[in-house]
Ligand binder design. Structure first.
Ligand SMILES: Nc1ncnc2c1ncn2[C@@H]1O[C@H](COP(=O)(O)OP(=O)(O)OP(=O)(O)O)[C@@H](O)[C@H]1O
Length: 307
């Protein structure tokens, strides 16, 4: 094991390909700050997971360089065959993407200077990790780990839309535009939600959010009371809202003031099953990997994070 030496997984495509150009400068600055960093640059979507698994054979400190999507792929590389590859391993985040919802949730700034501050603090905390089992459009079962927020419904449709286009105008504006178009076109679905064995929803509703962190969608504070270390998901449901009502409440969601709105409900739990008719699109940490039926479970303090 090479303790103290970081292994960085760099996504050149993040931040609209700006990371490709800026990584050599960032790497130089890290070295100038006496931080030893070996690294690999991804060559295709999904490779960050495989590169992380390989790196964990030799390194115990992994650094994710990219946005929320890269971070999610790296987190998935910490696990193999439903087990942690190295329980001692820790994850640092040099956020260089368009959105940065996970860091917002951690209340941590983005970029190199903020990461150097994190290193100086030398604080590593184990945080809860989510695992979702879902199916793809061919009905094949998959699973994915996540740290921040997953959801079924409007969010899945929005992310599918946003990720089809460039995020040239940044994460917040891209998601705002994507949310507006999705709100206008999305149709509420009949969903069933079971939390820790109890039916809590069986109705026509808009969406269900499974939150470990606070923010999603490029800065919407969907789960203001979620806690990374409480061993529970916060589950937020948006009821059978009309387009007009959603547009009216959207600013409240950005500010985390929507929990008082009639039709919004909050639950907590560790095992959640969601079914939807018709199937609802699933969003996981800003990616859109598949659809319902989906089962979410929580791995208490499943990953160690530098923060
Ligand atoms: N070499 C590559 N070429 C093209 N796409 C890649 C490559 N490596 C990774 N990707 C994909 O790039 C996508 C975007 O990455 P990421 O989400 O980290 O950046 P972002 O969209 O700028 O940030 P955010 O999600 O925080 O807004 C991910 O879906 C990832 O799979």
């Amino acid at each position: 094991m090479k303790y103290k030496t970081w292994f960085a997984i760099v996504n050149p495509a993040s931040a609209n390909w700006r990371t490709r150009k800026e990584w050599p400068r960032i790497h130089k600055s890290l070295v100038e700050n006496n931080i030893n960093v070996d690294y690999a640059v991804t060559t295709y979507p999904g490779e960050a997971t495989l590169l992380t698994r390989q790196a964990l054979q030799d390194y115990s400190q992994i650094l994710s360089v990219g946005g929320d999507g890269t971070l999610n792929e790296v987190v998935n590389g910490f696990f193999e065959n439903n087990r942690t590859i190295n329980a001692e391993a820790s994850l640092g985040i040099l956020s260089h993407g368009t959105g940065g919802d996970f860091l917002r949730s951690l209340n941590q700034e983005r970029g190199l200077a903020a990461f150097l501050d994190v290193l100086r603090r030398e604080r590593i905390i184990p945080i809860d990790c989510g695992l979702v089992q879902y199916q793809d459009s061919f009905g094949v079962q998959h699973h994915r780990y996540f740290l921040n927020v997953a959801d079924v419904g409007l969010g899945g449709e929005t992310v599918a839309r946003v990720n089809r286009h460039s995020k040239f105008f940044g994460g917040k504006l891209s998601f705002m535009a994507g949310s507006l178009v999705s709100i206008l076109t999305y149709k509420n679905k009949r969903m069933k939600c079971i939390i820790d064995g109890k039916d809590v929803v069986n109705d026509q509703i808009n969406s269900i959010m499974i939150a470990n962190g606070h923010f999603f969608g490029g800065g919407m504070m969907i789960a203001p009371n979620a806690d990374f270390t409480d061993g529970l998901f916060d589950v937020i449901t948006l009821g059978d809202f009309t387009t007009l009502e959603l547009l009216q409440h959207l600013p409240k969601i950005y500010q985390g003031k929507h929990l008082e709105v009639p039709g919004v409900s909050v639950y907590r739990g560790r095992n959640i099953t969601i079914m939807s008719d018709p199937d609802g699109l699933l969003e996981v940490d800003g990616e859109q990997p598949g659809c319902t039926p989906a089962h979410f479970s929580l791995i208490p303090r499943g990953i160690r994070i530098w923060t």
